[in-house]
Design a protein around this ligand. Structure first.
Ligand SMILES: Nc1ncnc2c1ncn2[C@@H]1O[C@H](COP(=O)(O)OP(=O)(O)OP(=O)(O)O)[C@@H](O)[C@H]1O
Ligand SMILES: [Mg+2]
Length: 308
């Protein structure tokens, strides 16, 4: 469906994308997971023709994006990271406005907007102005706007950031429904739980490069570590925890009163860890041994946390 080869993009001295290649199959839900500033939005902007790469090639269904720009654009829907709606218009008016821009008219526009408002669970609010909507509701209208022209591939740029849990769950359901209907999607996020839950295949992006790619099981298999030990302490200072560092083979991440040890040998590390905590007079509040997550894979690959 989509093949991108060796995309690079710089903004003056900032090297935003560094030779990124990816291929997305028809019907696939591909996740682009990475921290702030990794290059997710730049990738989406380039793939959807909003931004020109400095170098590289993009093909949709085997044809060059820029040699078939008008035709390609009809296939593409984009849900931007920044909400793009008119606050003083109602949801229905906003959708009609976007529909008109796509060249949809009359009865077709009427039925398409109604259908999408219903799909997004907002039919009863369609005549209310956008400025009365919550962040999550605006986001749902933004998704509807990207679907008006029946695109074949939709890019969603962090669609669940900063919204209420109810809207978030609704957006997940909508994405899963679109996926089951066979729509191809590229979904960016910095939440590993979302990538794990939703995506068929995940590309981990950091500093403008895709540093790992595959199905979740493949990413886990390729990792040297296979478990993580999470410990939370009561009333502990960061300095107390920093003494624990470097006693293990695996990666150790310390954040406030929590410690996460990613390891290939939880069986032997766990008793040592507990003994060390006892010796240091650290009080355990909670201890968990979990199988490997994307967070620890990211830590292993980059030496840093996804979240900060
Ligand atoms: N128009 C621009 N001008 C200058 N620098 C830019 C521009 N757009 C992006 N950058 C820089 O390029 C890098 C990648 O940014 P990008 O927005 O693609 O990251 P991101 O992964 O989407 O981050 P976030 O999670 O914060 O949305 C960053 O260092 C950013 O500051
Ligand atoms: Mg972004």
């Amino acid at each position: 469906m989509l093949v991108a080869k060796n995309l690079s993009k710089s903004f003056k001295e900032v090297n935003a994308l560094n030779n990124i290649s990816l291929a997305v199959q028809e019907g696939e839900l591909y996740g682009l997971l990475g921290p702030n500033g990794a290059g997710k939005t730049t990738t989406i902007s380039i793939l959807s023709s909003l931004l020109k790469p400095d170098s590289g090639e993009i093909l949709y269904q085997g044809k060059s994006l820029y040699q078939n720009l008008t035709e390609s654009k009809k296939m593409i829907g984009v849900v931007p990271q920044e909400i793009a709606l008119y606050e003083d218009l109602t949801a229905l008016e906003n959708l009609k406005f976007w529909g008109t821009l796509y060249g949809i008219k009359g009865k077709e526009l009427q039925s398409k907007t109604e259908e999408l408002l219903d799909f997004m669970g907002l039919s009863d609010r369609k005549n209310h102005k956008i400025k009365t909507y919550s962040g999550g509701m605006k986001r749902r209208i933004n998704i509807a706007a990207a679907l008006l022209h029946d695109p074949k591939i939709v890019f969603m740029d962090e669609p669940t950031v900063g919204i209420d849990p109810q809207s978030r769950n609704l957006i997940f359901e909508v994405i899963q429904e679109l996926h089951s209907r066979g729509l191809t999607m590229i979904y960016t996020t910095h939440y590993m739980e979302e990538a794990e839950r939703l995506c068929d295949r995940i590309g981990i992006i950091d500093e403008g490069k895709i540093i790992a790619e595959g199905r979740l099981e493949e990413l886990k298999k390729s990792s040297k570590i296979n478990e993580e030990i999470r410990v939370r302490f009561t009333n502990v200072q960061k300095t107390d925890l920093s003494n624990i560092n470097n006693h293990f083979n695996g990666q150790l991440l310390i954040h406030e009163n929590q410690m996460v040890l990613s390891t290939s040998q939880a069986n032997t590390d766990l008793p040592i860890l507990i003994q060390m905590c006892t010796n240091a007079n650290l009080h355990l509040e909670n201890l968990q041994v979990k199988s490997l997550s994307l967070e620890s894979i990211f830590l292993e690959l980059t030496g840093k946390s996804l979240r900060d």
